[in-house]
Ligand binder design. Structure first.
Ligand code: GCO
Length: 254
């Protein structure tokens, strides 16, 4: 029997992938055989990541664009078309955090977080899906969060965006399932990333995470890779609209 998790011959665009969760997911998909398109806004950091991954033997392209810039997204997909590159797998990973109590939160900061974490997944998903539909297949993986289900004080716009990611994933499944596209989400728990540096270095928060999580530790970015490979592969051809939590069990317990 052929390996249902094999991604060779597929191309995966992973947004926000020069570091952090995106980079770990990109490496996981590459390890399963996919060609990777790394994306970010800092071209030097992106090229460094690409160079490192190529040195490990992976097939890596780069696409510099800001996920909140619709014109840049449209032109990136137009250039994929011109180069005969089809995005078979899209991982909407790019995101940001901005922590502030709501009574102090400026509307512009609210909007920036929603645009980066939620609207980007719609716009990039739409561009990818238009092309996937004509091919009759495609995989979309949106990155949610524990905050797709649960709120935490000081991160309201992030919580709203990630709740939206869960429902956007279902909306994509509803509209695009008949075209052979599967859209699913991964909900990471508390992971060791640059974005969480302020939380990791706060002893109280660190001990809260360790007490609250059945695994009694933070997650490592590479621990998302297997779930991403599964959702990107033919093993998940009949899985659609789901969010899988990779959280050391946190969301299942009080
Ligand atoms: C926060 C973090 C979040 C968490 C995530 C866990 O401030 O709560 O930055 O991004 O890591 O919600 O799923």
């Amino acid at each position: 029997m052929s390996n249902p998790f094999d991604l060779s011959g597929r191309t995966a665009l992973v947004t926000g992938s020069s570091r952090g969760l995106g980079r770990a997911i990109a490496e996981g998909l590459a390890g399963a055989g996919a060609r990777i398109i790394l994306n970010g806004i800092n071209s030097r950091r992106l090229e460094d990541a690409a160079t490192e991954m190529r040195a490990a033997g992976y097939d890596v392209l780069t696409a510099v664009f800001d996920v909140t810039d619709e014109a840049a997204i449209v032109s990136a997909f137009a250039s994929f078309d011109a180069d005969n590159i089809s995005v078979d797998i899209l991982v909407n990973n790019a995101g940001m955090q901005f922590r502030k109590p709501m009574v102090e939160l400026a509307t512009a900061d609210w909007q920036r977080v929603i645009d980066t974490n939620l609207t980007s997944a719609f716009v990039i998903g739409r561009e990818a899906a238009r092309r996937m539909m004509t091919r009759g297949q495609g995989k979309i993986i949106n990155i949610g969060s524990l905050t797709s289900e649960l709120a935490r004080a000081t991160v309201a716009p992030y919580t709203v965006a990630k709740g939206g990611i869960k429902m956007l994933t279902k909306a994509m499944a509803a509209e695009w399932g008949e075209h052979g596209i599967q859209a699913n989400a991964i909900g990471p728990g508390y992971m060791v990333t640059d974005m969480n540096e302020a939380l990791i270095s706060n002893p109280q928060f660190d001990s809260w995470v360790k007490t609250r999580t059945p695994a009694r530790r933070w997650g490592r970015p590479e621990e998302l890779a297997g779930t991403a490979v599964y959702l990107a592969s033919s093993a998940a051809d009949y899985v659609n609209g789901q969010i899988i939590y990779v959280d050391g069990g946190m969301i299942s317990v009080l």
